[in-house]
Write a protein that binds this ligand. Structure first.
Ligand code: SF4
Length: 296
């Protein structure tokens, strides 16, 4: 791979001649399975994945890849497995994958909630009860105001996600609201808005029920790494890896980006990541400087 073979890693560093910083994987604590990349049932305006608006993609990861990865990482100190997408519940083998993963660790499912109706939530409770590990559902809902949410996530998405959260709560999950902070509001205002919204429906959210991710604009930017004094342990690439249908990547923000590809499967991947993308520069500015990393 170009990066690992020692070529210059200077594209987004402060000076043209300075090498990009590197991060070593300290321990594999978070294992992400990207069940699909483009397959999704929403078309959010701010989604970082480029999709064909006229075509429903079905790029699901094969079940065998997941089975193998679970066996290959058995000796690691994994505290959570994350099922992501696209929309992970669209995977035809989602229930099998969830059951398999729950034999190894707690599992966080990152979903838009569209498919989690009452019946599905009841079934997910049954799967959870079969295992000693816990399932955590993170449902994307970007604003407590229906119009503001649907402006970015599409008409009807608020009601679906809102319904999913209440259905999960009904079956004794403790769902997490995952907010992409598109409107750049304060945590206090967002928390207050969501708290009041859900309280009316007998679900009292606490701090732990709200994860707020910064909104990074799509496309190229002028961001570059100007300050090399940052806390590497706050970056996902320090304790995570992502397995997608296309290989292993250093963090969820860069999955399927060739610059962050560190191997083909979980038996053989590089522990080193070069931070040489503009996303890395944004990520370091945000997370490497004492901000809470709400991914985990
Ligand atoms: S985007 Fe952030 S977590 Fe991902 S490789 Fe770059 S610095 Fe690490």
């Amino acid at each position: 791979m170009q990066n690992i073979e020692g070529q210059a890693h200077n594209s987004f560093c402060a000076t043209k001649f300075m090498s990009a910083p590197q991060v070593e994987l300290k321990e594999l604590n978070n294992l992400f399975f990207e069940l699909c990349y483009k397959a999704c049932n929403l078309k959010c305006k701010h989604c970082y994945i480029e999709k064909n608006p006229y075509k429903q993609e079905k790029d699901f990861i094969p079940l065998d890849k997941i089975k193998n990865a679970l066996l290959q990482t058995r000796g690691e100190n994994i505290s959570s497995i994350y099922l992501t997408g696209g929309e992970p519940l669209l995977h035809p083998d989602f229930n099998i994958i969830l059951r398999m993963c729950l034999k190894f660790s707690n599992v966080t499912v990152m979903s838009n909630g569209v498919l989690i109706n009452d019946k599905k939530a009841r079934f997910l409770r049954k799967i959870d009860d079969e295992n000693n590990f816990e399932t955590i559902y993170r449902i994307s809902l970007d604003h407590f105001d229906e119009l503001k949410n649907d402006e970015i996530r599409g008409r009807g998405s608020f009601r679906k996600a809102f319904g999913a959260i209440l259905n999960l709560a009904k079956y004794e999950f403790n769902p997490i609201i995952s907010v992409c902070n598109y409107y750049q509001e304060s945590r206090e205002d967002l928390f207050k808005g969501f708290y009041e919204l859900f309280k009316k429906h007998n679900f009292e959210i606490e701090d732990i029920n709200l994860k707020i991710m910064p909104y990074f604009e799509k496309g190229d930017s002028d961001d570059f790494i100007e300050d090399f004094d940052f806390d590497k342990t706050k970056l996902d690439c320090c304790n995570s890896r992502v397995l997608s249908a296309n290989g292993v990547y250093s963090c969820p923000a860069l999955s399927n980006d060739f610059r962050a590809r560190v191997g083909s499967d979980m038996s053989n991947y590089s522990k080193r990541t070069f931070l040489d993308t503009q996303k890395c520069a944004k990520c370091i500015k945000h997370f490497g400087k004492n901000q809470v990393n709400d991914w985990m």
